[in-house]
Design a protein around this ligand. Structure first.
Ligand code: CO
Length: 296
């Protein structure tokens, strides 16, 4: 009897073990994250993108990359560097057997580039229905009041220690009058200026031109101006339009106005506080593009 009992106990245990291992090997979603940036061909921009990549891979995520800019990808291809388009990256993810894909926009605002990204995803999913169980799209950097607060705090906390309180900081955003980009950057300028009245944000394109800021710097009696990009990377605009030697760069115009420009070219992507906002957007998004809700 005792022998029978121990035998059945053993059989039961085996069953439980078999059942649990069967559960463990049950088909599961294979996950990955696709990071999508505008793109860059400048080496000076890479520390920011590499830092964002590291923040995601540190979490054990499988990370893929795509650039939305065709011009940049073509330029890189000529140099023998391949970076995927959004379409090619989605195809690659499918080939890798990824079923749950999180796509994270690394743009600043939900404007032109982000809209394009949405359209690219929709196009690919329409052409290949059912290849993913989920495609979750994460918002760009600035879409909510919480984002704005965290971004402003992250940038102010990372200002160079050598900057004294009476010295100005001018941030160069990109700006774009197609879509809500300019409006978001106007709100961002207001938020910075409210926390530190010697911080200004202007844009290289779009409505918030530097022409408006230069007279304000003079009127405030500023002597030294720290210059930083308010863009994910310190690329072409940071190196040329902001800090370049040309007469019309912001640095040259500040110098011509009798002030001292001090370029500090660090892309937003290098700041941990900025990476955190992207990570939060990636993990909290419910915008499933593979399963759009049917209206009643
Ligand atoms: Co541009």
């Amino acid at each position: 009897m005792q022998r029978f009992l121990s035998f059945s106990l053993c059989a039961l245990l085996c069953c439980v073990l078999l059942a649990s291992s069967a559960f463990a090997t049950a088909p599961q979603d294979k996950k990955a994250t696709l990071l999508v940036a505008f793109g860059t061909s400048k080496a000076s921009a890479m520390p920011a993108l590499n830092a964002i990549d590291a923040a995601y891979t540190k979490q054990g995520e499988t990370v893929l990359w795509a650039y939305t800019s065709d011009i940049i990808r073509r330029k890189l291809a000529k140099e023998g560097k391949t970076v995927l388009s959004v379409n090619a990256a989605l195809n690659k993810a499918a080939e890798m057997g990824i079923t749950e894909l999180r796509v994270q926009s690394l743009h600043v605002a939900p404007a032109e580039e982000y809209n394009q990204l949405e359209r690219m995803i929709v196009k690919n999913l329409t052409q290949h229905p059912g290849r993913f169980t989920k495609v979750l799209l994460g918002y760009p950097l600035l879409v909510s009041a919480q984002d704005l607060q965290e971004v402003v705090d992250a940038v102010l906390a990372a200002l160079p220690k050598a900057r004294k309180a009476d010295e100005a900081v001018v941030l160069m955003g990109h700006g774009n009058d197609r879509g809500p980009g300019d409006l978001i950057l106007a709100a961002t300028h207001t938020a910075f200026h409210a926390k530190d009245s010697r911080v200004w944000l202007a844009t290289v394109e779009g409505a918030l031109s530097f022409d408006h800021v230069l007279p304000q710097l003079k009127a405030a009696g500023v002597k030294k101006v720290w210059l930083q990009p308010f863009m994910i990377v310190a690329g072409d605009h940071a190196n040329n339009d902001l800090a370049g030697p040309e007469e019309d760069s912001w640095a040259s115009r500040i110098k011509a106005a009798g002030m001292e420009p001090v370029p500090h070219l660090k892309g937003l992507g290098e700041l941990e506080g900025i990476q955190k906002v992207f990570l939060r957007h990636t993990s909290t998004t419910v915008d499933d593009m593979a399963n759009s809700k049917k209206s009643d």
